[in-house]
Ligand binder design. Structure first.
Ligand SMILES: [Zn+2]
Length: 105
């Protein structure tokens, strides 16, 4: 399910950036995720919700075409978190889209 959401978002051009901090580009110490910022953030730029590095890796696998690797994750807390992140992302983008349709009308 989260893999499906992520793929849909990616196909719409809303793939979250998970390789490095969206603020400074560091690949180390990635600790949080903010849908409004478009991806993950480091300890210094922390915003949004805290995330496990396993979840960041799993999302990277999903978006990077390594779905099989992502599906092998057996850490329940990571699976649950990726679920939550996918739903939050989807809600964030849907809500923005609905608002912009309302503005046009
Ligand atoms: Zn940063």
């Amino acid at each position: 399910m989260p893999a499906f959401f992520m793929k849909v978002l990616a196909s719409e051009g809303f793939a979250p950036h998970v390789e490095s901090c969206v603020e400074c580009g560091t690949e180390d110490d990635l600790v949080s995720f903010d849908p409004a910022a478009g991806g993950v953030l480091c300890g210094l730029h922390r915003r949004g919700r805290s995330v496990k590095s396993g979840s960041i890796d799993a999302i990277g696998d999903i978006l990077g075409g390594r779905l099989r690797v992502a599906l092998e994750v057996d850490d329940v807390s990571v699976i649950h978190e990726v679920d939550q992140l996918a739903i939050e992302l989807m809600e964030y983008h849907l809500e923005r889209r609905i608002r912009s349709v309302r503005v046009v009308e």
